[in-house]
Design a protein around this ligand. Structure first.
Ligand code: DC
Length: 206
């Protein structure tokens, strides 16, 4: 069984995907990490993330880069969003994601285009969302916890800019598949959101 989990940044989709994978005993792939690795590799190569050739060359990143803590930074998220605009990059990362999705026994993948492009055949598709203000608050709390000082307003601006880029790009934009279950986590705590999603998936399967 393939479970596709899409949604904007800081919507809770990653946490929910990990919880679903544990609940159903499935392997999980955070596809955003692949784009973050490409973005980071462009920076290592001293290339330009907005240049399609530089971004494509960075798709040859070493697997060890996926474990780099720096990939979790806001800077890497911004670079990932920029390189992800290029169709060449999306194509270069397609086979790896599709192979993960179609492995025997099934898988959970989270990203922006899992239900629309990578696994449009997934029987379970979720689109996890939350207001930009709430997503900024969550990201701010997480960063404050890691002792990173950054004004809340700056985070909200970054989140809105990233949403606009992810939603507005021509190739595989962020959007809910027509058959996705849309779950808004704005007013839900982490455990409530996980419970609501597991219940929705269990109901859809029965
Ligand atoms: O989920 P994330 O914040 O780690 O993703 C970082 C960026 O990568 C996101 O802004 C857009 C891009 N991305 C994408 O285009 N398609 C995906 N399936 C996953 C991420």
């Amino acid at each position: 069984m393939i479970i596709a989990v899409d949604g904007p940044t800081a919507s809770g989709k990653g946490t929910i995907a990990i919880a679903l994978a544990a609940h159903f005993g499935l392997p999980h792939l955070d596809t955003g990490l692949l784009y973050r690795a490409v973005g980071r590799q462009v920076a290592i190569n001293q290339g330009n993330p907005d240049d399609p050739a530089d971004a494509l060359a960075a798709c040859e990143f070493p697997d060890a880069l996926l474990a780099d803590e720096q990939l979790r930074s806001e800077e890497s998220g911004g670079l990932a969003s920029r390189v992800s605009i290029h169709p060449q990059v999306r194509e270069a990362l397609f086979a790896r994601q599709r192979a993960f999705a179609t492995q025997e026994g099934g898988a959970v993948l989270d990203g922006r285009d899992i239900g629309t492009v990578i696994a449009p055949d997934a029987p379970i598709k979720l689109y996890i969302t939350a207001s930009a203000t709430e997503r900024a608050r969550r990201r701010w709390l997480e960063m404050t916890g890691r002792e990173i000082e950054i004004p809340l307003a700056e985070i909200e601006q970054d989140i809105i800019a990233r949403d606009n880029r992810d939603i507005g790009r021509k190739d595989a934009p962020l959007k809910a598949a027509p058959d996705a279950m849309v779950i808004d986590t704005t007013t839900l705590g982490k455990e409530e959101a996980i419970a609501a999603v597991i219940q929705a998936v269990e109901e859809a399967l029965s």
